[in-house]
Design a protein around this ligand. Structure first.
Ligand code: HEM
Length: 381
């Protein structure tokens, strides 16, 4: 979502040149150009795996990227249900140049200047950074698939705390451009995350999210809506947010210090507000297991998956037990399986088991028809 949208420059547009189409699907339509941009490292697999689904279901690339991202985020416990507007045109031009994509080795000045040119304040950059609560890094350095915090299955505040802990080592061989030392074995730190956590323009907002998950979510929701509308006219799009699953609630409002760490390990950087007192996770010193499973997408493709609209309408009407236990998550799994992977092997097992509990096909068909009628507006794509 971010990498498609951020190839957008207000100053270029004001100067009368092409400034990029924002959240227009150009990343998928012109992947031969945009995937060569240094800041887009790691996005090749997901783009190539999603494109056939967008084509097959005749969804515009721009809509598909936003839909898949919103569903992927919804698979993570504690995330907000993101807004999803549909109806983007399916024509675009490649983002004009590589310099529009923030890279992990940029300075804080470069990040703020680039993001400012796309319309985002330093506080909004912090809110967007909440997305780094859930990824795993896969292209940067061996051994690969290191998360950016110790709870990659949850969209929680832990990322904002752990980026402020003093770094001590690298999870791999330290060969990645834009990698900083991280505080926990098996955890990866993107250099820019470490810089933004400590920069005077962003440090207080960053610190505030450590103890306020609700604010983090509300601000993430708002800024993601802004991001996904870059280059678009929202009034011409249809609000299909209801098709996005509602994520499960977060378990903790406040982050906890990882086991083995104390407040002395925190490099607090907000002058205006004292660093909060936090509880410490009990147990032996925290380290991150290396075993996040890479799951074969072809297995998923062999499933009988309804058209996406049928699939997510089903979710709305049937209200099956969880986002893992319904058709939409099967589709979402395909669409954004890499985010889903964070759950690891157990998720895959749960998913497989849950499939046998789906209703019979007659009931499904009936529910699809009902849902289609009710959500006719979102049926357009
Ligand atoms: C502002 C500067 C940013 C920089 C420098 C940056 C950098 C990176 C890097 C280096 C990775 C690891 C890529 C890999 O090796 O697989 C990554 C992953 C990711 N980032 Fe960011 N990021 C930024 C902002 C954002 C924003 C604003 C979002 C979303 C709103 C975002 C969402 C993600 C996601 C979802 C992943 C995981 C992708 C995957 O699983 O392959 N990032 N980012």
């Amino acid at each position: 979502m971010f990498h498609d949208a951020i190839g957008f420059s207000k100053s270029a547009i004001e100067a009368g040149t092409f400034g990029g189409g924002g959240a227009d699907g150009s990343m998928m339509a012109h992947s031969h150009v945009e995937l060569r941009y240094g800041g887009n490292v790691g996005l090749d697999e997901i783009i190539h795996e999603q494109r056939p689904f967008a084509l097959k279901h005749e969804v515009s690339f721009g809509d598909f990227i936003q839909f898949a991202g919103a569903v992927g985020v919804a698979n993570c416990q504690g995330a907000p249900r993101l807004q999803f507007l549909a109806g983007r045109a399916n024509h675009s031009r490649p983002a004009p140049h590589e310099g529009l994509i923030p890279a992990p080795f940029h300075s804080a000045d470069e990040i703020f200047s680039r993001m400012g040119d796309a319309g985002f304040s330093p506080q909004e950059v912090v809110a967007l950074s909440a997305a780094h609560s859930i990824p795993c890094v896969d292209d940067a350095t061996p051994p690969q698939n290191e998360p950016l915090d110790s709870t990659p299955q949850e969209f929680d505040s832990q990322f904002f705390l752990e980026t402020l802990l003093e770094g001590s080592d690298y999870p791999g061989n330290a060969s990645a451009l834009g990698e900083a030392k991280s505080p926990l074995p098996g955890e990866f730190r993107i250099q820019t995350d470490g810089l933004l956590a400590r920069d005077s323009r962003s440090a207080c907002e960053w610190q505030s999210f450590i103890t306020d998950h609700d604010a983090m979510n509300a601000k993430f929701y708002k800024v993601m809506a802004k991001l996904s509308a870059l280059g678009q006219e929202p009034s011409k799009l249809v609000d299909c947010s209801e098709v996005i699953p509602v994520p499960r609630a977060v378990r903790r409002q406040k982050a906890r210090l990882p086991a083995g760490k104390t407040l002395d390990d925190v490099e607090a950087a907000c002058d205006a507000t004292p660093f909060p007192s936090l509880s410490v996770k009990p147990g032996p010193p925290t380290s991150i297991p290396a075993a996040y499973v890479i799951f074969s997408v072809s297995w998923i493709q062999n499933l009988t998956i309804a058209k996406p609209v049928q699939a997510y309408n089903l979710r709305i009407d049937l209200r099956l037990h969880s986002c893992l236990h319904n058709f939409v998550s099967q589709f979402a799994f395909v669409a954004s399986y890499r985010l889903f992977l964070l759950g690891g092997l157990q998720t895959v097992i749960d998913e497989t088991v849950a499939m046998s509990k789906l209703p019979d096909s007659g009931t499904l068909l009936h529910e699809v028809r009902k849902a289609r009628k009710r959500y006719a507006q979102c049926w357009v794509w």
